[in-house]
Ligand binder design. Structure first.
Ligand SMILES: *[C@@H]1O[C@H](CO)[C@@H](O)[C@H](O)[C@H]1NC(C)=O
Ligand SMILES: *[C@@H]1O[C@H](CO)[C@@H](O)[C@H](O)[C@H]1NC(C)=O
Length: 466
C-alpha cells in the first residue's frame, strides 16, 4: 500500500472515531445524560442483549440504537425539560476579522449540534433557553433579526411551520414598530394586561393542543443581553423581543384543579427593580406577579428566569452585586439607573419568592452566572424570610434553585435535564436536575476539519489511483 494511501486511511479512521464521539457523547456518561425516575420493565425472558447493557458506553449505545429498554409508563406523564443557559451568540461587524467570523459561524453549528443530539436522544416535552440568547443589548434591529435567524435555523432547529412566523416577520420588516407596541400597551389599564395560558403543548396550533410532530414546546426567557438591565431596556428592546420570542412574562397552567397540577412561570427578572429607564416596565412585571399570586394556584411551579435570587457571598461563584450608571456614563440620561446585577436584591427576592411560591412546592431554573450552581431557598420557622443555603431544610418550605451552567463552548456545551415526576404515594411532583456536558468547541472543530481533510484525501487517492 502506498504511503499516501496509508495516510489517507489513518486520517479516515481518526475522522470516524471523532465523529462517533461527537454524536454519541451522552452515552459516555448516561447517568447524567438521561431523564431521572425511569423504571425499566423487568422481563425475565427479555432481550439477549440485556447483559451487554451493563458495559459502560457500549451498553448505552446498544440501548440507544439497537435494543431500547422499555420503561414503565408512569401514572402521570413525567415532565421532561431540556434547559440551556446563556448561549450568548455573537455577531459580526464590518471590522470583525475573518477568523473571528469563522469562529462565530462554527459556534452556531456547535450549539446546534448539542441541541440535535440531545433532542434526538431525550425527546423532551419542553425546551427552555434561560436568557442571554444573544451577547449584546447594544445592537440594532437588523442585527437582532440576523441573530434571531441564526437562532431559529442553526441553533435550535425546528420544523418549518414553527419558525415560519419569525422568518416571515423578519423578511417583511426592516425594523420593529415600537411606537405601535408602546401605544397598544399603554392604551391598556394594568389589570387588562394578559399573561396567562392553559395547557399549552404547541404554540403553532389554534388552541395550543399537541400536533402529531411531537416537537417540544419552546420557552424563551429574557436575559440582560437580550433586553438590557432595567437601566437600558427601551420600548424598542421589548418590542422586538416580544414580536419574535413571545411574552417576557407569562404562566402556563397544566391540569389545573387536579392533584397533579403544575405550572410553568416565565419571569422577566431584568425588569423587577430600578431605577429603570422606562419605569412602566417595572409596573408591568409586578402586575404580572400580582395576577399570578391572585390565581391561588394549587400545584407545583417551575420558575424559569434569568437573574438568580439573592444569596450571600460564597454560595455560588457570583456574589451579590448591583451597579448603577455613574456620572461618566456615555448616555447622560442613564445616570443613576440600574446598570448591572448578579442577583436580584434581597428585598425583591423575598417578595418574588412569596408571590410565586406561596407555600406550594416547585423548582427554579436560572442562568446568568455561566458557572452554574445549586442552592435551596428555605423559608424560616416564622414563615417570613427565605434564606439561601447549600442544604435543604426538611422542616420547612424549601425551593431548589438551579443556576444552569452555560451552553457556551468555554463552559463545555452543557445541557440541563430537568425531570418532574408525580409521586402518586405522596401526591406531589418531585423534581430532579442533571447537567450533561459536551466538550469545548475545539474538539467539534477538529472533527469537522479532519472529516473534510479525510474526504479530500480519500477522493484524491481513489481518483488518481495512488
Ligand atoms: C443582516 O443580514 C443582512 C443579509 O445578510 C445584511 O444585509 C445586513 O447588513 C445584516 N445586518 C447587520 C447589522 O449586519
Ligand atoms: C420562542 O422561540 C422559539 C424559537 O425561535 C419559537 O419557535 C417560539 O415560538 C418562541 N416562543 C414564543 C412563545 O413565541
Amino acid at each position: 500500500m502506498s504511503l499516501i494511501r496509508k495516510f489517507a486511511y489513518t486520517v479516515f479512521s481518526i475522522a470516524i472515531l471523532l465523529n462517533i464521539y461527537i454524536y454519541t457523547y451522552p452515552s459516555i456518561t448516561p447517568n447524567i445524560c438521561s431523564w431521572e425516575y425511569q423504571k425499566p420493565i423487568t422481563n425475565p425472558s427479555s432481550n439477549l442483549l440485556d447483559p451487554l447493557k451493563k458495559i459502560p458506553y457500549l451498553g448505552d449505545l446498544i440501548d440507544q440504537y439497537i435494543a431500547p429498554t422499555e420503561y414503565k409508563k408512569p401514572t402521570i406523564e413525567d415532565i421532561k425539560m431540556l434547559a440551556f443557559g446563556d448561549p450568548q451568540i455573537k455577531g459580526n461587524w464590518p471590522s470583525t476579522p475573518y477568523i473571528k467570523r469563522l469562529d462565530t459561524f462554527g459556534n452556531d453549528y456547535y450549539l446546534g449540534h448539542i441541541y440535535k443530539v440531545m433532542k434526538k436522544r431525550l425527546q423532551p416535552n419542553y425546551v427552555a433557553v434561560l436568557g442571554d440568547l444573544f451577547s449584546s443589548q447594544w445592537i440594532g434591529d437588523s442585527e437582532f433579526f440576523n441573530r434571531t435567524r441564526r437562532y431559529v435555523t442553526r441553533l435550535y432547529d425546528q420544523p418549518d411551520e414553527h419558525r415560519e412566523y419569525a422568518l416571515n416577520y423578519m423578511n417583511t420588516h426592516d425594523q420593529v414598530d415600537w411606537m405601535k407596541y408602546l401605544e397598544e400597551t399603554k392604551a391598556k389599564k394594568l389589570n387588562e394586561l394578559e399573561f396567562g395560558y392553559n395547557d399549552v403543548y404547541d404554540w403553532n396550533t389554534p388552541n395550543y393542543t399537541k400536533k402529531f410532530d411531537n416537537e417540544p414546546l419552546f420557552l424563551n426567557v429574557t436575559g440582560n443581553h437580550d433586553v438590557g438591565y432595567s437601566g437600558d431596556a427601551t420600548w424598542q428592546h421589548m418590542t422586538r423581543y416580544v414580536q419574535l420570542f413571545g411574552k417576557d412574562n407569562f404562566w402556563i397552567e397544566y391540569n389545573a384543579g387536579t392533584p397533579h397540577a403544575y405550572r410553568i412561570v416565565v419571569l422577566n427578572s431584568l425588569l423587577l427593580e430600578g431605577p429603570a429607564l422606562q419605569p412602566e416596565f417595572i409596573d408591568y412585571t409586578w402586575e404580572f406577579l400580582y395576577q399570578l399570586f391572585e390565581r391561588k394556584f394549587k400545584g407545583s411551579t417551575i420558575l424559569l428566569t434569568h437573574v438568580p435570587f439573592y444569596k450571600e457571598e460564597g454560595l455560588c461563584v457570583d456574589g451579590p452585586y448591583i451597579d448603577y450608571y455613574k456620572e461618566n456614563a456615555r448616555e447622560p440620561y442613564k445616570i443613576g439607573k440600574l446598570r448591572s446585577q448578579n442577583h436580584l436584591s434581597h428585598d425583591v427576592s423575598q417578595r418574588v419568592l412569596n408571590l410565586i411560591f406561596n407555600d406550594e412546592p416547585g423548582i427554579i431554573l436560572t442562568g446568568h452566572d455561566h458557572e452554574g450552581c445549586e442552592t435551596y431557598y428555605n423559608k424560616n420557622s416564622t414563615g417570613q424570610y427565605w434564606t439561601a443555603s447549600k442544604t435543604k431544610d426538611t422542616n420547612d418550605v424549601s425551593i431548589k434553585e438551579v443556576t444552569v451552567r452555560a451552553m457556551m463552548g468555554e463552559y463545555g456545551g452543557n445541557s440541563g435535564l430537568m425531570t418532574g415526576h408525580f409521586n402518586v404515594g405522596k401526591q406531589e411532583w418531585e423534581f430532579d436536575f442533571k447537567l450533561c456536558p459536551f466538550i469545548i468547541q475545539h474538539v467539534w472543530w477538529v472533527t469537522k476539519v479532519v472529516s473534510i481533510i479525510s474526504t479530500l484525501l480519500l477522493s484524491t487517492v481513489y481518483l488518481f489511483g495512488l
